[in-house]
Design a protein around this ligand. Structure first.
Ligand code: ADP
Ligand code: MG
Length: 507
């Protein structure tokens, strides 16, 4: 296979659509999903005589992401006009940043060994960020399937974006998608974007080239566009790497060009030859003043950052006592990590000490199995789940105290989903799922059962051990609640043995 002789080199350009009330240079709403052309004021349409005014929240969001990715912050940066014609760009230029991006020289850590298994190694690797800059989005063109008409929705004109450019540091499609996962996680933790690829809040162009393994110089790259999920990014890169490797193997040269990923056909096809920067006639935007970011502002943003995924994951392992794998799963989403910690706080209030690592693991187990299953099945976010953190803690406590069996706990959980006002204990009680764990309560019943069945006791002591199941069944039947079967079994053995000593049994 030609494939194996070549090493892919990948660099990404990612656009993050920011969650702000207003647009980047005008006060009209930036929300997604409104009726077409209802969020368009004269500024975002580029009417003559209008002037852009920078929305400060966009700068703050850029700084949040820049600081979270270890970037340097430019104390002075400027906006530039990038000229090109397209019907969804009414001004004829896009306001972006050119040679003075607001953030530069950062990195994002990925863990290529990361798998959905318990034994993921902490072999993290840094992917360099060349820059992060601010820019405005263009409108949306909707081409009719007939191919003859195009409709334009200008709502998106002026919606704020951050563009990130990575160094060519990624070495496989899998690494590219891991990078995107980490980035998506980060923008969500930072509350600057919903990071939803399918809706276009996170858009990725991938630059890819191949080189013979061991060679230092990079090959000629192509740029892939139009991939709107992690899976498509991986598939498109897989396809393109195979295509380039085969071409190079045949002695052909690669043309630098922009390719569209066609998800239905599973192939890439040429879109246009790649523009050079001079084609865009970048020039400083004369309508916008230079942005000066002063140290106190950077410090303020830094102080306002939440605990980031990596730090939280480490704390979950080192302080809370969770296994690596659990910590990774639970910190994947900030809301889930919050839910876990809240539930654990409630549990600690009940247990007041003891083996806190085991308690954390017990909460983690229910979340990773029951809670996540229900969220997936019902398409809910954790905040929408009928079982809040406090009730989850009640359930875990019942189980830890052995008040319910593990099957019982599952049943209680299901019922809690339907009965949001009842505590776990009340539900367990109403459904007779509370186990009788008290020896004192069970012992007399065991005696009664043995007294009532002298023949069977005799046969048992004569060697027919299989009768133990019969005795257990009898004891269970005489209870209202369900006694802990393990306790019943051991009490029965104890009492039967005691009778062995006194009875005269025919051996
Ligand atoms: P442009 O000016 O065409 O946008 P950049 O130098 O900004 O080009 O690079 C764009 C992206 O392409 C970056 O993410 C960079 O890491 C990546 N890149 C550059 N050279 C290569 C290469 N030979 N193979 C793969 N990716 C590359
Ligand atoms: Mg570029």
């Amino acid at each position: 296979m030609a494939h194996e002789k070549y090493e892919p080199v990948i660099g990404l350009e990612v656009h993050v659509q920011l969650q702000t009330n207003a647009k980047i240079f005008s006060p009209d709403a930036a929300a997604f999903g409104a009726a077409p052309n209802t969020q368009v004021d004269p500024i975002s349409l580029g009417h003559p005589g209008t002037l852009p005014v920078l929305n400060e929240t966009v700068v703050e969001h850029a700084l949040r992401l820049g600081l979270a990715t270890h970037c340097s912050i430019a104390d002075r940066s400027a906006f530039a006009r990038k000229h090109y014609f397209y019907p969804d760009l009414p001004k004829g230029y896009q306001i972006s940043q050119y040679d003075t991006p607001i953030c530069y020289d950062g990195y994002v850590e990925i863990r290529p060994g990361e798998q959905k298994s318990a034994s993921s190694g902490p072999d993290s690797r840094r992917v360099g960020l060349t820059r992060i800059h601010m820019e405005e989005d263009a409108g949306k063109s909707m081409h009719a399937s007939s191919g003859h008409t195009t409709q334009l929705d200008y709502n998106r004109c002026g919606v704020p974006l951050l563009e990130l450019v990575t160094e060519p540091d990624l070495r496989s499609p899998r690494e590219a998608s891991l990078f995107l996962q980490r980035l998506r996680q980060l923008v969500r933790y930072l509350s600057i974007s919903d990071g939803n690829m399918e809706e276009g809040s996170l858009r990725c162009d991938a630059n890819v080239s191949v080189r013979p393994k061991g060679r230092k110089a990079f090959g000629t790259r192509t740029e892939l566009k139009n991939m709107n999920s992690m899976r498509h990014v991986e598939r498109a890169l897989d396809y393109e790497i195979a295509r380039q490797s085969a071409a190079v193997e045949r002695g052909e040269s690669i043309t630098q060009q922009t390719l569209l990923w066609d998800a239905d056909a599973g192939t890439t096809r040429p879109m246009r030859s790649k523009e050079d920067a001079h084609d865009y006639r970048y020039l400083p935007d004369p309508d916008l003043v230079e942005i000066q970011v002063e140290e106190p502002m950077v410090e303020e943003v830094r102080r306002s950052l939440p605990e980031l995924p990596r730090a939280r994951r480490r704390r979950f392992v080192e302080d809370v006592g969770l296994p690596e794998y659990d910590a990774g799963v639970l910190t994947e989403e900030r809301a889930v990590a919050d839910y876990f910690e809240e539930a654990l706080r409630h549990l600690y209030k009940r247990t007041k000490g003891g083996d806190t690592d085991a308690q954390a693991k017990a909460v983690s187990n229910v979340i990773m199995t029951e809670v996540m299953r229900v969220l997936n099945e019902r398409g809910l976010s954790v905040g929408e789940l009928a079982v809040g953190p406090e009730r989850l803690a009640q359930l875990v406590f019942l189980r830890l105290e052995d008040k319910v069996s593990s099957n019982g706990a599952q049943e209680v959980f299901e019922a809690m989903l339907e009965e949001p006002d009842k505590s776990a204990g009340r539900i367990a009680d109403e459904r007779d799922l509370i186990q009788v764990t008290d020896r004192g309560a069970i012992a007399p019943v065991v005696d009664n059962v043995l007294d009532d069945n002298p023949d069977k006791v005799h046969t048992f002591l004569g060697g027919k051990e299989g009768l133990l199941g019969f005795f257990i069944g009898q004891v269970m039947q005489r209870f209202d609640g369900s006694p802990d079967p393990e306790l019943v079994r051991s009490l029965l053995r104890e009492k039967l043995d005691a009778r062995r000593d006194t009875a005269d049994v025919d051996e």
